[in-house]
Design a protein around this ligand. Structure first.
Ligand code: ATP
Ligand code: MG
Length: 396
């Protein structure tokens, strides 16, 4: 019955002159999301509205699923669209629409008519009253409830006339590409994919970096990160995944620094290298999955010492989240099952029994001096030898 969808968006409607940029980005992202969907579609922008029209047969659920991965969409309304027709013909259309959409007529309803084309013979109020009457006459089981109706039937008179009643929720957020680009430190855990999802939901394009430590971490651990990046890219769009070989550097820290400070020093180098790659690839920020108090390296003191090496802002969207809430999101975005696969993690390989939980920046810096001889070359080597995989959920 439906061949068109009205796309609702909220926040981006209120951004003044930037509004057009946001709308254009949203149109672009919708087209992108529909690429793998079978069928021919056109996406068009009219003032305050974006419409998707199917020009061929299509699978309804597949289209809805694609649209539910486009940040910026708050609601998806399947609509019946018609040319300007006589009131009689419109009555007939509306009745038919209602009949198909709601086989059970034992419902409360109201009509919400909007006339945005002023030369239409009835104004909004008159249309409301008229359509209400028409429906009551066609389906006497219906009851009008203007306050809390089960069904709100919308009739919008524009250049064309649109009839709809259902609003399927979209993911919300802002369209990708409207807020710069950030580099996600992506591990194989539960948190970092969720962090990447949350920041991309604010319209930020993301790339990712993974620190790999072969042979201590396996090919399967690396593949898991690629798989996670792919899950995130279903929302975030294509992701350039930078894979850094971190083994030598990690062994060097292990050799030269106190073992209870290993994790914190290692994390400082991860951030340093990630920031360098971020700057080289025009990212304006870093993203991590850190959350206060989750592990020794995420106490407030540890976070502060880790953060000290960064000049770019570090987005930590999970900073105040309980693990439970993070897990809920990871299930929603379908990363959870992959995240819990039990492969080695480069952070846990050399961990001390009693890592420092209140590191002192001065002491850490003093111990890092033990690395002076080779560390700069090693950092450079890490960056020069990194591998890049372009991850895209829309391609296999
Ligand atoms: P996650 O579930 O995201 O792995 P975690 O609870 O295991 O997080 P840590 O291992 O302390 O926490 O890592 C904190 C953050 O540092 C991660 O969320 C991620 O952003 C980054 N990180 C950790 N290990 C790596 C890695 N091997 N490669 C890239 N980033 C990493
Ligand atoms: Mg981890």
């Amino acid at each position: 019955m439906y061949t068109s969808f009205l796309i609702k968006y909220a926040e981006i409607g209120v951004k003044g002159k930037n509004r057009y940029l946001f709308e254009d980005a949203l149109v672009r992202q919708i087209k992108y999301a529909l690429k793998p969907v079978e069928g021919t579609f056109t996406v068009s922008k009219t003032p305050g509205r974006i419409f998707l029209d199917a020009e061929s047969d299509f699978d309804f659920d597949e289209v809805i699923n694609a649209l539910q991965h486009v940040f910026g969409i708050t609601g998806i309304c399947p609509v019946v669209k018609t040319e300007d027709i006589s009131l009689e013909d419109l009555d007939e259309k509306v009745v038919k629409f209602f009949d198909m959409a709601y086989p059970d007529k034992n419902k409360t309803f109201k009509v919400n008519a909007r006339r945005s084309r002023k030369n239409y013979p009835l104004d909004s109020m008159e249309l409301n009253a008229h359509m209400g009457e028409v429906l009551l006459k066609a389906f006497p089981e219906l009851t009008v409830d203007v306050h809390e109706p089960e069904i709100t039937l919308v009739v919008e008179v524009r250049e064309m006339i649109y009839i709809y009643s259902e609003i399927i929720p979209g993911p919300g957020g802002l369209p990708i590409g409207t807020n710069g680009k950030a580099m996600l430190l992506l591990s194989g855990g539960i948190d970092s994919p969720v962090a990447g999802y949350m920041i991309s939901k604010r319209g930020v394009r993301i790339d990712a970096v993974y620190f790999h430590a072969p042979p201590y971490t396996s090919e399967r651990a690396k593949q898991k990160v690629v798989d996670l990046a792919k899950k995130v890219s279903a929302y975030a769009g294509p992701i350039y995944l930078h894979i850094v070989n971190f083994t030598e550097l990690q062994l060097y820290i292990y050799e030269k620094c106190p073992h209870e400070e290993l994790t914190i020093i290692m994390r400082r180098y991860m951030m340093k290298i990630a920031e360098q790659i971020a700057k080289d690839t025009e990212c304006q920020a870093l993203i991590t999955g850190e959350s206060i108090g989750q592990v020794a390296s995420q106490t407030t003191q540890s976070l502060s010492v880790t953060n000290e090496v960064c000049t770019l802002p570090v987005f930590r969207p999970l900073i105040a989240f309980d693990k439970e809430d993070i897990v809920t999101i990871s299930k929603k975005i379908d990363t959870y099952e992959t995240s819990i696969l039990p492969f080695e993690d480069c952070c846990t390989i050399f961990v001390a029994k009693h890592p420092v939980t209140k590191p002192n920046l001065g002491i850490i810096k003093r111990h890092e001096e033990n690395l002076n001889e080779k560390i700069d070359d090693m950092v450079k080597e890490c960056i020069d030898t990194k591998e890049i995989i372009i991850v895209n959920a829309h391609e296999n």
